[in-house]
Structures are given as C-alpha cells and as structure tokens.
Design a protein around this ligand. Sequence first.
Ligand SMILES: Cc1cc2nc3c(=O)[nH]c(=O)nc-3n(C[C@H](O)[C@H](O)[C@H](O)COP(=O)(O)OP(=O)(O)OC[C@H]3O[C@@H](n4cnc5c(N)ncnc54)[C@H](O)[C@@H]3O)c2cc1C
Length: 377
Amino acid sequence: MKFNTVIIGGGLAGLAGGIALQKAGRSTAIISTGQNALHFFSGSFESVEEAPQRIAALFEEAGVRLHYSPGVRLMPLGTFREAALSLDDVSLFPTPKIGKKALIVSFRGYHDFFASFLAEGLEKQGMACRIEWLDLPELELLGQSPSEMRSVQIARTMDRIWEKVVQEIRNWLQDEDTVILPQVFGLRYNTVPDRIRQAVPANVVFVGTLPPSVPGIRTQMLLKRRYELLGGTYLMGDEVTEAHVHEGTVHSIVTKNLDNHFIEAEHFILASGGFFSKGLKSNPFRIYEPIFGLDVEQASDRSGWYHPEFMHDQPYLAYGVKTDDTLHTLCEGKPMKNLYAAGSILGGTRPEMGSGAGLAIRSALAAVDQILKTEAE
Ligand SMILES: Cc1cc2nc3c(=O)[nH]c(=O)nc-3n(C[C@H](O)[C@H](O)[C@H](O)COP(=O)(O)OP(=O)(O)OC[C@H]3O[C@@H](n4cnc5c(N)ncnc54)[C@H](O)[C@@H]3O)c2cc1C
C-alpha cells in the first residue's frame, strides 16, 4: 500500500491534517488504535480565538456546528469556567449569572450526571434549583444494568425520543427561567440540541456528563465521515508498531493487523497524542516516543518530571517530541526529513501554537502546509 501521506493517530490532529491533505488532492491513510481525546471533549476548544476562516471551514464542511462568544460555561458541579470557541451544545454566558431559577432534569438510574451536586453549586451562587427525574420506559432496559446506563447509550435512545423529553419538561416547568439537561442529545443528529432550545420556553443549558462525551464522539464521527467522503482511508483499531527509516527518511511503517504489508508514503505525520493516548510512554528512567524513538523534551532527572503536590501543574504534562521550526521531528538532534509531529504529542514544546484543541488543529494544518510546500519546491 502506498499513499502520499500516512498519518499515525486519528484524533483531532490526525483528522484535521487528513482532511486538509485530501482537500489538497493528496492520497492519505490514517491509522488509529482507538479512543482519542475527543471522546472526553468538553465541547470547548482551548486556545482558539474566534475561529479563523480555515478552521471554521474545516468544521463547517464536516457539519460540526460551532459558536464563538468569549465568556463562561457551566461546569458539571455548578461552577463556571472560561470558554470562547465551543460546539453549539455548549451555552456561553458573559458572566456566571445565568438565571434566577433552574429546573435540572436527569434520568432515573443515570449516575454519570450529578444533578444534586450541580444544584448545590448553583445554589451557592444564589440560583434556586429544582430537580426532576425522567422515568422513561424506553430506558428501562438500560437501567437494569448501571454499566449500560451511560451517556452514549442514552444518547442513542434520545435521538429517537427527544421530543417526548421536551414534552415532559414543558409539563414540569413552573416559573423557572433555565432548564439544565445532561449533554446526551444529538449524537447522530446535531441539530437536536438547538431544536430542544427552540421547543422549551426557557433558557436551555446542556452540561457535560462523565465520559464518554456525546458531543465529542459526534465531532469525531463527523470529521471521520468528512475525511472518508474526501477519499481518505481510515484504518480504525490498528496500531503502528514499527517504522523503516533510512538516513532520516521514513520509508514505510508496519501495523499490528497488516503485519505482512509495509505501508509506504512520501510523508508521515505523527499525531499519536500524549501520554493519555500512548503517543508518549515512560519507564522509570526516561520518557520516550515508542514508534520512531524521537527526541522528547524532558527533565533529565526523574524527580523533575512531576510536582509532589498532586493538584499542582505537573511538568510531565508539558513534555512532547522535539521538532525544528517546520515541525520536522528530531532524532538524536537531527531533523527527520519526512516525519512531522502534530497535536498533543508536541506537549508544551510549541507554545506559539497554543494548547489543547488549538494546538491540535494549528499544528496539523502547519504540518500539511509544510508537506505541500516541500512538494512545490
Ligand atoms: C481526557 C482529555 C480531555 C481533553 N479535553 C479537552 C477539551 O475539552 N478541550 C480542549 O481544547 N482540549 C482538550 N484536551 C486536549 C486534547 O489533547 C486536544 O484537544 C486534542 O483533542 C488532542 O488531539 P490529538 O489528535 O493530538 O491526540 P489524541 O486525541 O490523543 O489522538 C491520538 C490518537 O492516536 C492514536 N495512537 C497512539 N499511538 C498509536 C499508534 N502506535 N498507532 C496508531 N494509532 C495510535 C490513539 O489511539 C489516539 O486515537 C483533552 C485531553 C485529554 C487527554
């Protein structure tokens, strides 16, 4: 198998890079082991100012609905956190004062949304709260096992019966100005959160649940679909185990599932994530990048990797693979000629590209620009 570019990792960075390359007419493959950070996504994009045209187009063309309004969003325990660019599900407020009275609605037997803690948090800030629990026969089967009563399973049912939920809310509403719901709507149909907002005569706010994140999974599905519609090859559930490198040029890679076949390409983008996704690993002596053995930024002494106070900023979270200015990765101090890094595998090594989702998208697009530039030279 031969492609123009092979991308290792199918999270936000891998998909953003893959879509941009397919749009530029290049043949690409994304190989991705499994879950990525989007499955835990809050719905708000760190370090992305009002989406520049290129980023906005990337999401818009995939059907991902975004809005931008610097302010705060409501967190699951009734506190507020700053946010700006967010998925449409996330309500953004100029200040933490979101209303006087809230009706919080959850599902009987659902333990991944903490209605009582949420109410307690909001009450501390002067908002009166009332909680109602939906008892729906459609969820009865899920309710028999706590492991089934999870956000994604509920969301699948809600895709079918969200109008029934709206009816229940309308019956319950008294003088509340705000209705708060768990983020379990619109897994397949991303207009559902908006349609709920239009159908309920109060300000509807969706609040994050314990993972998996329904808006994050929807975003992943939409970006993946867009990538595949553009002709990209997404090898899901496979893992790159080894690479063939000669004098700083990567020629091919080997995966677990296709172990007899080399996957060749002109260019490679490493978007395998940070520690969370095993793009970076560690042993007691060093932090390392497992496929190519690239140079990784890190304190030489292990005691410098972490701060003994658990809640303190942890240095290891900023570690990532080293690159030159053009995102070529480094191996023993020398740039790899056709291997670029993008996304959270860069850790804090490229502060000018921001952090979180901002870093993932910006670095992926920058790596794509480098590839196209190299080809044009
Ligand atoms: C739990 C969590 C929640 C987050 N929430 C937010 C948020 O709400 N907002 C925000 O802005 N940022 C958030 N972030 C930051 C996040 O890192 C970025 O937003 C971004 O999604 C990272 O994308 P990525 O593509 O670089 O990496 P990832 O999403 O980690 O994707 C890397 C992918 O590479 C795959 N992979 C790894 N090794 C291999 C291999 N050898 N072969 C094949 N595939 C491989 C992994 O399985 C994974 O699918 C969060 C991070 C984490 C860890």
